[in-house]
Design a protein around this ligand. Sequence first.
Ligand SMILES: CC(C)(COP(=O)(O)OP(=O)(O)OC[C@H]1O[C@@H](n2cnc3c(N)ncnc32)[C@H](O)[C@@H]1OP(=O)(O)O)[C@@H](O)C(=O)NCCC(=O)NCCS
Length: 173
Amino acid sequence: MTIDTERLILRPLVPDDFDALRLIHADAELMWVYGGVFDEQRTREWIDRNRKRYADHGFGLFAITLRETGELIGSGGPVWQETDRGTELEVGYQVRRDQWKRGYATETARGSMKYAFENTGVTHVISLIRPENLASRRVAEKNGLSIDREIRWHDFQTLVYQISREKWLAIHG
Ligand SMILES: CC(C)(COP(=O)(O)OP(=O)(O)OC[C@H]1O[C@@H](n2cnc3c(N)ncnc32)[C@H](O)[C@@H]1OP(=O)(O)O)[C@@H](O)C(=O)NCCC(=O)NCCS
């Protein structure tokens, strides 16, 4: 399956995406969000974990590719996450640094939320964002999400941004 947006195609990650993902996972200016750069083993695990998500749930973090060229510029999509409220559907995203500020993360998140509301019964979608991650907060806010609460998540203080199905439909439906 794919999630198609105006400029992007989100498609399943494959083992051959390793080299393109390394350009992201080895970039310290980006990976501080995840506690630091990934070594090659963690990049392989990232691909494997998401391929297992596709098999188990039908979706996960996908390769973000440019519709015009097919180039992989990031990964993002809907994922089930364990939070303080049980299992919630998160939309996640990361974009290679030379492609920042072109609206690609916003477009990825919007396409992923549309997919989630149309294909699952979720009442709301979240994004888990560290308070100091101003770019990601802006992405969430541009898509109509707002802060629901602050939690400790995977060792970091984390803002839970949320949008309800009703609000999504009112803005984007
Ligand atoms: C967060 C991230 C995915 C954004 O990708 P992107 O494609 O550049 O995002 P967009 O272009 O759709 O939107 C980014 C917005 O943040 C703004 N922004 C960028 N850096 C900012 C900063 N330091 N402070 C405030 N706003 C900032 C941009 O100006 C833009 O807003 P605008 O459209 O109003 O100008 C990218 O920075 C990234 O990969 N970061 C590391 C991984 C990450 O944080 N993932 C999210 C985890 S919750």
